[in-house]
Design a protein around this ligand. Structure first.
Ligand code: G3H
Ligand code: 13P
Ligand code: ZN
Length: 316
């Protein structure tokens, strides 16, 4: 069942975070639904602009509609990840997305507010919820390069003003994470102090953590042992999810870790089973491994086992 994030966030606030996972194809979609049902978790499907352009956005819509039919017990939101105004408006108009992200965080404060407000007004008129972003993550964000040294953490006072003036339903905050597999150099970590300040300014308001992949070192080691060459990769410790959830983070975005599962499965099968030429062989292994990965992530997020409670809340 496709829902907005509103009730998902209400149920989660202060206790756990909902996993927001990016998809691009059929195998990811099936693994995602299986993993969330395996762990009995509500979830958010994220579709980036790149994913919409990879084949055609229509394929993703119908894949998700099909999965909704095949797995009727699943409860999830369909969300545009890092939309610009054009993509956000397109998703709002489509009647399919229950949530959109407008990411104008690279603009100055007033321009970010103006763009976000236009999207919020259009979305709310159609019953769609909006995530916006304030502050800049380090690393690579869609097409925007932000040098680690210039990464700007979210200003808590500005966050309050931004939410009040735009009416956005959730806010992605910059607290030291970045996208991709190379998040931290040296001993950098999450800035819980900033998160706590933001929560003080916006009590009860849902915050979003982007760039939350853990980049497990054993995954990197397996990829490299099977011919990969990923050096110096480092992610967010998944034990940090629950403390972040206590401080108001209700949505945690994970994409890179899923890509690592895909590349590990395919590298290993190409190396270990040279006789294989049936594409369904790696496909099946990936679906199972991805489902396992999602179920494990949901344990760290605390969303595992919450599906029935959310179902009850939605029925109220
Ligand atoms: O934040 C970006 C997501 O990881 C999506 O990546 O734009 O390459 O699909 P993508
Ligand atoms: P990762 O690159 O850490 O998986 O972050 C994904 C993300 O924030 C998508 O919006
Ligand atoms: Zn992101």
């Amino acid at each position: 069942m496709i829902v907005t994030t509103k009730k998902l966030f209400e149920a989660a606030y202060g206790k756990y975070a909902i996993g927001a996972y990016n998809i691009n194809n059929l195998e990811q979609t099936v693994g995602l639904f299986k993993g969330n049902l395996l762990s009995q978790a509500p979830f958010i499907i994220q579709i980036s602009k790149g994913a919409r352009a990879y084949t055609d956005k229509v394929f993703l819509e119908y894949l998700i509609r099909a999965a909704d039919e095949v797995y009727p017990e699943a409860i999830f939101a369909v969300h545009l990840d890092h939309g610009d105004e054009e993509a956000a408006m397109d998703c709002i108009e489509s009647g399919f997305y229950s949530s959109v992200m407008i990411d104008a965080s690279h603009e100055d404060f007033e321009t970010n507010i103006a763009i976000t407000k236009r999207v919020v007004d259009a979305a709310h008129a159609k019953g769609v919820v909006v995530e916006a972003e304030l502050g800049q993550l380090g690393g690579v964000e869609e097409h925007i390069q932000v040098a680690e040294a210039d990464a700007k953490l979210t200003d808590p006072k500005q966050a309050k003003e931004f939410v009040e003036r735009t009416g956005c339903d959730s806010l992605a905050v910059a607290i030291g994470t970045s996208h991709g597999a190379f998040k931290f150099s040296g001993s950098q970590s999450l800035h819980y102090n900033v998160l706590a300040e933001i929560q003080k300014e916006l009590p009860g308001y849902p915050l979003v953590m982007h760039g939350a992949s853990s980049v497990p070192q054993e995954e990197i080691a397996r990829i490299n042992a099977a011919g990969g060459n990923i050096v110096g990769a480092k992610g967010v410790d998944a034990d940090q999810f629950k403390p972040a959830a206590k401080l108001g983070v209700t949505k945690i975005n994970i994409d890179t870790d899923g890509r690592l599962v895909w590349i590990r499965v395919h590298r290993e099968i190409l190396q270990d089973r040279p006789e294989v030429f049936d594409l369904r062989t790696p496909g099946k292994i990936f679906i199972d491994e991805y489902a396992k990965f999602i179920a494990e992530k949901n344990e760290y997020l605390g969303s595992a086992g919450q599906l029935d409670k959310v179902r009850v809340l939605l029925a109220e």
